[in-house]
Ligand binder design. Structure first.
Ligand SMILES: O=c1ccn([C@H]2C[C@H](O)[C@@H](COP(=O)(O)OP(=O)(O)OP(=O)(O)O)O2)c(=O)[nH]1
Ligand SMILES: [Mg+2]
Length: 148
């Protein structure tokens, strides 16, 4: 368990903090901190505020991922999935939703719209080389090179 400090902005007053729904859930659900309903017509997108700013531990990122129920039932997903919340970001966390379904979808205040996975990452020290890259069996094969 990593301690993550959260700052609640005024428009998140009364809403639950991100919460894990079961003991071993990887994602903590994020809630919509909106005053009025937002109707997403098919194809429409909207940036939904969470009303929260967070300070993730150094060396971790927040991955903003879709909820599979909203995606499979209604076609509601996160446009930039997985969104990246940097450990040094102190602005409001937001969720970019899009309606890929065929019906209008109404986002209501407090609705659990996406989930946040806190994950470790490593940073690369990118170094250009004039030599060949280390050889591998795969080589340049990709994009279906191993068949379906
Ligand atoms: O789903 C998301 C994705 C990003 N962010 C915030 C936190 C993140 O640290 C910041 C920047 O995100 P990103 O690097 O993905 O966007 P960018 O377009 O590269 O913006 P920037 O130039 O600010 O890095 O925006 C969110 O609140 N939700
Ligand atoms: Mg960026």
């Amino acid at each position: 368990m990593a301690k993550v400090l959260i700052k609640r902005l005024p428009h998140a007053e009364g809403l639950d903090l991100p919460s894990y729904q079961t003991e071993d859930s990887a994602g903590a659900d994020l809630r919509a901190a909106i005053d009025n309903d937002i109707v997403l017509i098919p194809g429409a997108k909207a940036m939904i505020p969470t009303g929260l700013s967070i300070a993730l531990p150094k060396g971790t990122e927040g991955q903003v991922r879709p909820r599979s129920g909203l995606a499979s039932k209604f076609g509601i997903t996160v446009i930039n999935a997985p969104g990246t919340v940097d450990a040094d970001y102190r602005g409001e966390m937001k969720v970019s939703l899009i309606n890929l379904g065929t019906e209008d979808f109404t986002v209501e205040r407090g609705m659990r719209i996406a989930q946040l996975v806190v994950a470790p990452y490593i940073r690369a020290d990118f170094e250009e080389t004039a030599d060949e890259l280390p050889e591998t069996v795969r080589g340049t094969g990709g994009f279906g090179s191993t068949g379906v």
